[in-house]
Ligand binder design. Sequence first.
Ligand SMILES: NC(=O)c1ccc[n+]([C@@H]2O[C@H](COP(=O)([O-])OP(=O)(O)OC[C@H]3O[C@@H](n4cnc5c(N)ncnc54)[C@H](OP(=O)(O)O)[C@@H]3O)[C@@H](O)[C@H]2O)c1
Length: 329
Amino acid sequence: MKKINWGILAAGRISSWFCTGLQTVSNANILAIGSRSQEKAEQFGDRFEIERRYGSYEELVNDPDIDVIYVGVPSRWHHEYTMLALRAGKNVVCEKPFSMNAKDTKEQITYAREHNLFLMEAMWTKCTPVYRTVMDWVSQGRIGEVRFFKADFFTPGKANPPHRLYNYEIGGGALLDLGVYPITYACSLLGHHPTEVLSAADFAHTGVDINNSIILKYENGNYAAISSGFNVHQQNPAVIVGTKGKITIDHNFLCAESAQLRDLNNEIIQQVHYPFEKNGYEYEGMEATRCLQAGLKESPWIPLEHTQAVMEIMDTCRKQWGFAYTFEK
Ligand SMILES: NC(=O)c1ccc[n+]([C@@H]2O[C@H](COP(=O)([O-])OP(=O)(O)OC[C@H]3O[C@@H](n4cnc5c(N)ncnc54)[C@H](OP(=O)(O)O)[C@@H]3O)[C@@H](O)[C@H]2O)c1
């Protein structure tokens, strides 16, 4: 089978994590790195043994041998560089949040569809073995009908010097960077179109939301209760409560390696433990590579409609808080 040639756009932190995982994916070849600095491209290229190193994103996306571009820039520029790659005729995997708002996401999706290109949000959670097992348990009716989902994602960010999460200018803030995970999980379980979104947030001195709480309410009386932020440390558990039982994830639900299926008395009926083969990012690399080899235009596990719906929920929350980034179109 043909190897898929990857081009990595940006030599930053997440790109390095992704490449660490991607290096272990059979049929994936990291062919090129593009950075705004030739020196950084060379350093990144040495580290990951990447043959082609470009000192601009434009040169990268115009390399005719690249099959797919991974966009690993800060959130503010997801839209701009996804569009740059799509307009160069490239398939794209873009980091979360897919863009800053639903309008930009729509433009990305529409362009990819009109030009028959593969497009995927790098929602690595949805590619992990534990997430897929949880979805199997749910679809097999092991906990009955899902009634309630609760999850938190808190990670401490240093205020001084400001952590990227505090940085307004690059599109920081808890909702778009962290809240996107529990919202995505909730929507997978309860549906992508809640009847009501109730939310509240607090703001950091830099102007971004430092924490937020969201309730997604559904027609049939089901709920999701979600919080995210970077002012405290949390274990980031999740619980999915159904009419016949529940599923618990004790630690970092978004990248969990273990989950427990429990009865109504909280007794464990089954549990799984799937240690990552590398660092957890290999699974999204496998998923995109598999889709591209199969000629798919989107991943069945990360449908673009679902990415779009999550962006719309995040728009609704920000509207409720009166919070827009001044650089948004
Ligand atoms: N999936 C996950 O688990 C995960 C984890 C962390 C972060 N993320 C996401 O990944 C994205 C990047 O986060 P990161 O931690 O990798 O950030 P980072 O290291 O600060 O920046 C990533 C790279 O973006 C490039 N870039 C392009 N324009 C830039 C600009 N105007 N200012 C600064 N950098 C610019 C730079 O690469 P060059 O200098 O090489 O051009 C920079 O090294 C965020 O959107 C975040 O939400 C995802």
